[in-house]
Ligand binder design. Structure first.
Ligand code: DGT
Ligand code: CA
Ligand code: CA
Ligand code: ZN
Length: 575
C-alpha cells in the first residue's frame, strides 16, 4: 500500500515540476522512480530499513532521500512545496482525459485557468480553441472529458470495492465474533462500478456488532451508528474513499434482508409487485400473508414462494429475468474457467517470468494459459522484436516438454496498427499457438476507422481473440467510438472471440455488450491481461461481467477443455 501511495506522490511531483516549467531531466527522474516503486515487490519501508534503496532501478541520491523522508514522516517536503506553489484546483485538471502537464501549464499561464470550472468556461467562451496547440477539436474533446469525469464521479470500480468489502467482512467476523457476514448491493451483483458497499450480518447483538464495525481499523469516519445499522467511510487502497453500510438482521429474516439489500431497486420493485398480486407483503423482514411468515430465512425461498426459480444476483437488473424466468441460462461460474488466455511476463511489461506465471496459474487450478507479451510497436510496453518472440516461442515449447502439469500456449498480443494492419507478418503469427490482436494506438480515430481496423484484424485467420475491444479505462478513458453491432457480427462470421478483459480497470466488453454478443452467437474469452501473478485473481470480475451478460460456459473459449480450445483455434485457421 505504501508503495502505491509513494509512487503516486512521485508521479504528482513529476507532473507539478513539468507544470511549473522545470528541467525535463528532473521531471523524468521522478517519473522513472515512480514506475520502479510501483513495480517493487518489496515494501519501500523494508528497503529503507535494510538500506537497500540504491538497488532500485531509476532511484538516485535525490529520489532515495525523498523515499526515506516519506517512510519516516509520511510525506515528501518537495511534494508539499510544489502543491503550495500552484493554485489548489490545478492538479485536478490532470485527471481530465487529454490533459497532460504541458496543456495544464498552457491554460494556467496563458488563460489564467486555475480549476476545472475555469477550464470549462474557457472552452465554452471559445478562448481555449484560440490557444496555440489546442484548436476546436481539442476543446471539444476536453469538454467531453470533463463531462465524462462528472459522470463517473463518486463511483468506485468493482475491483476496489470488492477487496474493501471482503476485508471488512473478514475483519467484522473476527471482531464481532459473528459467523455470518455477507456482501449485498451492487457489489454482489457485480456492477462495474459501485456507489457504496452494503454488508449484512446475522446476529441478535445488533448494537454490539455495529459498535465493533465502527471501530475496525480500516474505518476513517463514522457517519451513523445505531442498534441495527451503521454507516462508515473507509480509505481504499487506491487512495479514494468509500462508504460502507452495515445492517444487522436476525436469522429468520436473513434471506429476505439479503434479497432486499442486494437489489437492484428495479428488480425489487418487480418482485414486490408479484407479492402484491398474491395479496402478500414483501419487505426486508420476509414474505408475509397477513401475519404469517411465508419465507424469510433463506433467499431462495422468497423466489420459490413467488413462483420463480432462484435468480442469480448478477441477473437482478430487471433486464428480462422475470419475463424469461422459465428459461434462465445456467450461468458460467468461476470454477468453469479452465485457463487464462492473456497475460504478460518480464519479456515485455509484466513483473513475473513465464515460469512464475505458469506456476501461479496452475495453483489456481487451470489446465492451460496463453502468454501474450506485447508486439514490437508497443515500444512503451517493451514490445518484443520478432527475434525475441521467436525465442519466447522456443522457451515455451521447452517449458511444455518438462510436463509441469499446465500447458502454456505461445501467444502474442499483436498491435493493430493505425491503418488496420497487424504488427506481425503472417509467418510469425502462424508460429504462435494463439493470437490476441489489440488496438493500443490511434484510439481516438472516428467510428468508421476504429471499427474497420477491428474488423480487418478479425479477418486475419491467425487472430483468435480481439483484446479489450473498446479500449476503455473505467473512470479514466472513454471507450473507442466502436460500432459494436458490426464488430459482434464480424466476430460471429470470422469465428473470432471477443475478450472480456477481467481487469477491473477495463471490464470491456461491458455487461450489455456481452449479452448482445451471446445472443448473436459470438464466442468470448475472459482474460485477466495479468501483468503479475496476483493479477491472475482478477478473473472473478470478468466472470461476473459475463454472468451479467447472461453468458454460459458454451460461449466462453477458456471455459472449454484444451482440446475444445484447440479445435476453435484450428477451425478459424483452417477456414
Ligand atoms: P450503488 O450502491 O449505487 O452501486 O447501488 P446499490 O444497488 O448497492 O444501491 P444502494 O446501496 O442504494 O442500496 C442497496 C440495495 O438496497 C438496493 O440495490 C436495493 C435496496 N434498496 C435501497 N433503497 C431501496 C428503495 O428505496 N426501494 C427498494 N425497493 N429497494 C431499495
Ligand atoms: Ca450499494
Ligand atoms: Ca448502500
Ligand atoms: Zn493490451
Amino acid at each position: 500500500m505504501a508503495n502505491r501511495e509513494l509512487a503516486d506522490i512521485f508521479s504528482e511531483i513529476a507532473d507539478l515540476l513539468e507544470i511549473t516549467g522545470q528541467d525535463p531531466f528532473r521531471v523524468n527522474s521522478y517519473r522513472r522512480a515512480a514506475r520502479s516503486i510501483d513495480d517493487l515487490s518489496d515494501d519501500v519501508a523494508d528497503l529503507v530499513a535494510a538500506d537497500r534503496l540504491k538497488g532500485i532501478p531509476g532511484v538516485g541520491k535525490g529520489t532515495a532521500e525523498k523515499i526515506t523522508q516519506y517512510v519516516t514522516s509520511g510525506q515528501v517536503d518537495l511534494h508539499q512545496e510544489l502543491l503550495g506553489s500552484v493554485p489548489e484546483g490545478l492538479p485536478a485538471l490532470l485527471a481530465i482525459p487529454g490533459m497532460g502537464p504541458k496543456k495544464v501549464q498552457a491554460v494556467w499561464k496563458q488563460l489564467g485557468v486555475e480549476n476545472v470550472g475555469d477550464l470549462k468556461a474557457a472552452i465554452e467562451s471559445g478562448r481555449l480553441a484560440e490557444l496555440s496547440g489546442f484548436g476546436a477539436k481539442t476543446a471539444e474533446k476536453l469538454l467531453a472529458g470533463i463531462e465524462f469525469l462528472g459522470r463517473s464521479a463518486g463511483r468506485t470500480p468493482l475491483g476496489v470495492a470488492w477487496s474493501v468489502a471482503e476485508a471488512l467482512a473478514e475483519a467484522l467476523r473476527a471482531a464481532a465474533k459473528v459467523d455470518r457476514v455477507e456482501i449485498a448491493g451492487s457489489v454482489r451483483r457485480g456492477r462495474e462500478t459501485v456507489g457504496d458497499v452494503d454488508l449484512l450480518c446475522e446476529s441478535t447483538r445488533g448494537a454490539e456488532v455495529v459498535e465493533a464495525f465502527t471501530q475496525l481499523p480500516l474505518v476513517k469516519a463514522v457517519q451513523a451508528a445505531g442498534k441495527t445499522k451503521g454507516s462508515v467511510r473507509v480509505a481504499t487502497p487506491e487512495g479514494g474513499e468509500l462508504q460502507v453500510d452495515l445492517r444487522v438482521v436476525s436469522t429468520e429474516s436473513f434471506g429476505a434482508a439479503w434479497q432486499y439489500f442486494t437489489g437492484s431497486k428495479e428488480h425489487n420493485v418487480r418482485l414486490r409487485e408479484l407479492a402484491v398480486k398474491k395479496k402478500w407483503k414483501l419487505n426486508e423482514y420476509g414474505l408475509f400473508d397477513g401475519d404469517t411468515m411465508l419465507a424469510g430465512a433463506k433467499e431462495v425461498d422468497i423466489y420459490r414462494k413467488l413462483g420463480l426459480p432462484f435468480i442469480e444476483p448478477e441477473l437482478r437488473e430487471d433486464r428480462g429475468e422475470f419475463e424469461r424466468a422459465g428459461e434462465l441460462p445456467k450461468l458460467l461460474c468461476l470454477d468453469d474457467m479452465r485457463g487464462d488466455l492473456h497475460m504478460h511476463t518480464t519479456a515485455s511489461d509484466g513483473r513475473n517470468t513465464l515460469e512464475a506465471m505458469a506456476a501461479a496459474a496452475k495453483g489456481r487450478g487451470y489446465a492451460y494459459i496463453a502468454i501474450c507479451d506485447h508486439s514490437h510497436s508497443s515500444a512503451i510496453a517493451n514490445g518484443l522484436s520478432a527475434e525475441r518472440l521467436e525465442a519466447q516461442i522456443e522457451a515455451i515449447r521447452a517449458f511444455n516438454a518438462k510436463k509441469r502439469g499446465i500447458i502454456v500456449l505461445a501467444g502474442t498480443e499483436c498491435d493493430v496498427l493505425s491503418d488496420g494492419r497487424l504488427d506481425w507478418p503472417d509467418e510469425l503469427l502462424v508460429a504462435c499457438d494463439y493470437v490476441v490482436a489489440s488496438l493500443h494506438s490511434a484510439m481516438g480515430q472516428d467510428r468508421k476507422s476504429v471499427t474497420r481496423r477491428t474488423i480487418q484484424a478479425m479477418e486475419n485467420p491467425y487472430v483468435t481473440v480481439i483484446g479489450h475491444p473498446t479500449g476503455r479505462l473505467l473512470g479514466k478513458r472513454e471507450a473507442m467510438d466502436l460500432d459494436i453491432d458490426a464488430v459482434i457480427q464480424a466476430a460471429v462470421q470470422t469465428h473470432t472471440a471477443l475478450e472480456i478483459n477481467a481487469s477491473w480497470q477495463r471490464l470491456d466488453l461491458k455487461d450489455t455488450h456481452v449479452r448482445q454478443a451471446v445472443e448473436a452467437g459470438a464466442m468470448l474469452a475472459i482474460n485477466t491481461d495479468a501483468h503479475s501473478t496476483e493479477q491472475l485473481g482478477m478473473m472473478q470480475y470478468g466472470v461476473q461481467t459475463a454472468r451479467r451478460g447472461w453468458a454460459t460456459k458454451a460461449s466462453v473459449l477458456n471455459a472449454q477443455t484444451l482440446a475444445g480450445l484447440k479445435k476453435c483455434i484450428a477451425r478459424k485457421r483452417e477456414g
